[in-house]
Design a protein around this ligand. Sequence first.
Ligand SMILES: [Cu+2]
Length: 498
Amino acid sequence: MNVARSAGILDAHATRIGLAAMLCAPLLSFGAQPAAGDFGPPRGAPIHAVLTSPPNVPPPVARNRPAKVIVTLEVVEKEMPISEGVTYTFWTFGGTVPGSFIRVRQGDTVEFHLKNHPDNKMPHNIDLHGVTGPGGGAASSFTAPGHESQFTFKALNEGIYVYHCATAPVGMHVANGMYGLMLVEPPRGLPKVDHEYYVMQGDFYTTGKYREKGAQPFDMEKAIDERPTYVLFNGAEGALTGDKAMKAKVNETVRLFVGNGGPNLVSSFHVIGAIFDKVRFEGGTNFQTNVQTTLIPAGGAAIAEFRTRVPGSYVLVDHSIFRAFNKGALAILKVDGEPDKAIYSGKELDSVYLGDRAGANLNAVTRATASSAAGTLSLDDQVHAGQALFAGTCSVCHQGNGAGLPGVFPPLAKSDFLGADTRRAIGVVLHGLSGKVTVNGQEYHSVMPPMTQLNDDEVANILTYVLNSWGNPGGRISIDEVKQQRAAPTAPAKASEH
Ligand SMILES: [Cu+2]
């Protein structure tokens, strides 16, 4: 293995090292992994690097000589959606979170231009982990708004490297989305695959709660306490779900360049339903095979590869699993093609498991938010928004058709408990329900956890949907009613007291 992988490096050196060294190859390669490589001065005309926005990756370098490569990256501060109906002012390298993907070849001399857009408010710089030199370029690249800096480095080590802003307060610049990846290809490039994608995790801190609507400012205190409001792949909830899911066909090879910008959290990166055939963990040269979950440190990256074998939706998560289902750390790779029953028999997990987190049908929620803000919220708006939210929040237990599961989860369809006092349901959702409860003549003695992740408008819309579905009595729950109940000092609802 070592011999084979070192051969490329040795070839590149061959002209200078000579035949004698070639004969010693097995000895040299023992314990001497290809380390830093300076393959001499750049040759040929300078090249402008192709930069791509996530999840796209620039094409392979496909060059057999070191070159001078010019990279121009512009810092843009801009407000973008972070979740449905929620915006955040991101600071970006190239207008996206994560920033533009940079791809060069080991031995290249990179002339780096950092531009700070004149409309920006802050100075910025860049620390590239693939740079050998103090600060990874930080001091040389400090740039005020409306200015441009230039510095040059030689890409000595191959691998996948994080870059990030390192201007004070550093944590805040990183938390606002200032990170990305640079791939330094080995001289002979990486093995060919069918798809390469760029995915990067980050944690975000807003003053409002998870999914609280409107423009949300950065919360420094939460950031210091490491209590993120969002944990996201590619800077927004739904950045890689629904129409924006990554795609492949059955029996193709997929290579994921996965980074973690942090600023705080370490990622337990996992793809539900797939096993990584190969992971270059920590972005290093060695790889591990047959990996289920790989740890990606803040400020680190990995290259994960696998072959798609069974069609379906593969969900990328941080397996610190509350982050996936309650903070947004979820992305999808959609694999199309013919099923292979010998490998997997069928019955897809997709809809209920993901619910609204798949982000396919949250348009109704956005519409309801907009009409609520405009004061024109209709029953119809509430029912449609509530339907989408019910699918993601309540249907796992009460089922999509409201029928529940006999003896386990009571029905919401034609529920006499619900019908007897529709306002009581607000308290059930806000505070949970435990103890004995009799619904349509059947006794349940279980626990419904409080749905504390829901906002007032979400609770109002869900319950309005429930009241107007499956033969229930109809009616409307207003946001104000929910607000009042939330403010009222109540103990968790006890079913047996009613
Ligand atoms: Cu910055």
